[in-house]
Design a protein around this ligand. Structure first.
Ligand SMILES: C[S@@+](CC[C@H](N)C(=O)[O-])C[C@H]1O[C@@H](n2cnc3c(N)ncnc32)[C@H](O)[C@@H]1O
Length: 610
């Protein structure tokens, strides 16, 4: 359904005439095209963006006309303090198209019959509406005969006589039982039911308490700004007068056509852009055949071929279309970003940095309301807590957000803790190996995506992180998911944590250990050396399965990671299951190695001192 801008067609009238006789099409626009677009498209004298080769079909910012007063130049990116100011009106494009005005009750069947000849543009419905196209059936009944008998010739002497008779006697000769509007209203008024409104809807409306007016949007108050309502991304405006077109249809469908004018509700069927500005005779045979068939079938249906302008606003265009228009030719358009709760997290290249605010605004505009904040990563992650340096490009500045992953809610503050949504699948895979009787030890738990997910499945979880903020959120998230009873939280160095757990009576219960600090978790494995060396040999021991993550840039990543693990454990042969998790950068793999802690390591004499 197209949303129509009321100021385009202010007269909501029963007669299509008032719609036809509009201002001349495309008055004097100040037309413009992007300065650098010239290499790809050209601008005609009429300000029409043309390039039959590249942009031959479908909506494009390089087609149509731009009624904006101000040319939308490609951004030079020199003004870094422009605060992402973007002239949305420069993205308005007006397209000249044709449409068939058809009775509303037939519009869906006609749409499916003519589908191959309709506009079929993304997000634009082929059936469009204009103000005044809906007519109350009672009023049609009331006025239909008047229109039919007068046949648009109200000024004739006969017409005046009939009208006078109606006013005096309530009906004219040949009216049958039809009453005058006054008598008809009177009759309807007498048919009220207990709620008051049986047939006379307009009266019902008048009597209803007024709805509170919607709060005006801020931008509606800005002088000179276009009043584009929410979701108002396109408008259809009928611009053609009917004479020329009805002449064509009269030839096609016969003389009767003009006499039996449809006075009920109508809709516009937007025709394929190829038929813009064409006369009826030039329409394809398929359309003509349908028109003829309908004309023969029905005695009082009328079709009109009308010329329209279809206006697409800034809100219509996709993110990549806007960015492509804004950024210099040849520059790769940032097309993807990570989403963490309400935050869109970009990873802009250096070449994008002069345009970062504009990019941020477009990303925000095109992904609202889900996205409320757009950030860019400033530095690579190289601090101890694995947090990111982020710069807010657009939207609100709060980096505290809530992420829902596999049905579990996590609160995170991206400025103080680590979070990576891309590991969701890996976490799920890890969970699939956990059982009810398991006890999990999460050595580098962060805010708890593994620890809390595991707590839903297993008996008990010991979760640890060095970052006090991460621990705070871990505790908060345990409570948020009602799992605090199953999770014990620690805030210490990973090596010390392993030692502490195995020095306590928790040791024999731990069945799974997760070590997700890919940069250097493997090096923490030495903490397992000698964990049982001081225990009586005939005691009960549990040898946990250890899942350790790591990066590798080697040609044979599995081999290299295996070597690192063996070196840390000081063990010659370890039976390791290795899998590639994901490619984090070109040539850099994240791997997960899983193995059962070898007895020789747990009882080793050469333990390290934490
Ligand atoms: C890559 S993050 C993983 C967090 C969590 N497992 C996840 O998937 O989101 C690594 C975590 O280890 C923590 N960390 C870094 N060095 C540590 C250490 N020496 N001891 C304990 N935790 C550490 C960081 O604060 C960070 O939260």
């Amino acid at each position: 359904m197209l949303f129509l801008k009321p100021h385009y067609l202010p007269v909501a009238s029963l007669s299509p005439k008032s719609i036809f006789f509009q201002k001349p099409f495309f008055p004097t626009f100040s037309l413009s095209c992007f300065s650098t677009v010239a290499t790809r498209s050209c601008c005609s004298d009429q300000g029409q963006f043309l390039d039959p080769i590249i942009f031959s079909y479908g909506p494009s910012l390089h087609k149509g006309t731009n009624p904006s007063q101000f040319p939308a130049n490609k951004n030079t990116g020199q003004d870094e303090d422009d605060d992402g100011i973007l002239d949305e009106e420069s993205f308005t494009r007006v397209f000249d198209i044709s449409a068939l005005r058809v009775p509303s009750k037939d519009c869906f069947s006609l749409e499916s019959t003519l589908r191959g000849h309709l506009l079929n543009w993304p997000r634009i419905r082929n059936i469009a509406r204009v103000p005044g196209d809906e007519v109350d059936p009672e009023l049609v009944e009331l006025l239909g005969h008047q229109n039919m008998s007068c046949n648009g010739d109200d000024d004739s002497e006969e017409g005046r006589r009939v009208s006078l008779e109606r006013r005096i006697y309530g009906k004219a000769e040949g009216d049958g039982e039809i009453l005058s509007p006054v008598l008809y209203r009177d009759k309807l008024a007498k048919t009220f039911n207990s709620r008051g409104f049986v047939k006379f809807r307009n009266l019902a409306k008048i009597s209803r308490p007024k709805k509170k007016k919607k709060k005006k949007r801020e931008d509606e108050n800005v002088e000179g700004s276009k009043r584009i309502q929410k979701n108002d991304f396109a408008a259809v405006d009928v611009i053609e007068d009917e004479e020329e077109q009805s002449e064509g249809l009269k030839n096609l469908l016969g003389e009767e056509f003009t006499k039996k004018r449809w006075r009920g509700s109508t809709r516009l069927l937007l025709l394929d852009e190829r038929y813009a500005g064409k006369g009826v005779e030039e329409l394809p045979e398929a359309i003509k055949a349908v028109l003829k068939a309908y004309a023969e079938k029905s005695t009082n249906l009328t079709f009109e071929l009308v010329r329209c302008k279809l206006t697409l606003f800034y809100d219509y265009w996709q993110m990549n279309e806007i960015l492509e228009a804004l950024l210099p030719d040849g520059m790769i358009v940032p097309s993807s970003f990570e989403v963490v709760g309400h935050i869109a997290h970009l990873n802009l290249r250096d070449e994008h940095l002069p345009y970062k605010k504009l990019i941020g605004k477009v990303v925000l505009d095109k992904n609202k309301p889900k996205i409320q904040t757009v950030v860019n990563k400033i530095d690579s992650i190289d601090n101890e807590y694995r947090t990111m340096q982020l710069e807010v490009l657009a939207g609100n500045h709060s980096l505290v957000t809530t992420v829902v992953e596999n049905g579990i809610r996590f609160q995170v503050d991206l400025s103080t803790v680590y979070w990576n949504s891309r590991l969701a699948t890996e976490r799920q895979r890890l969970m699939s190996g956990f059982r009810r009787h398991d006890v999990v030890c999460d050595v580098f738990s962060g805010v708890g995506p593994i620890a809390i997910s595991a707590a839903k499945i297993v008996k008990r979880v010991f979760a640890n992180d060095l970052n006090p903020y991460a621990v705070e959120y871990l505790e908060r998230n345990s409570v948020l998911n009602k799992l605090e009873r199953k999770i014990e939280v620690f805030n210490m160095d990973g090596r010390r944590f392993i030692k502490a757990v195995y020095a306590s009576d928790k040791a024999h219960s731990v069945t799974q250990v997760v070590m997700n600090l890919p940069n250097n978790a493997a090096e923490y494995l030495d903490a397992f050396r000698g964990i049982y060396k001081d225990r009586p040999k005939d005691g009960e021991f549990t040898f946990p399965t250890i899942h350790v993550y790591g990066f590798s840039k080697a040609q044979d990543p599995e081999f290299e990671f295996h070597e690192r693990i063996r070196i840390a454990l000081l063990e010659v042969a370890v039976n390791i299951k290795m899998r590639r998790v994901r490619l984090v950068a070109p040539g850099k793999w994240m791997l997960c190695a899983s193995f059962i802690l070898p007895e020789t390591v747990a009882f080793a004499d050469t333990a390290i001192d934490a």
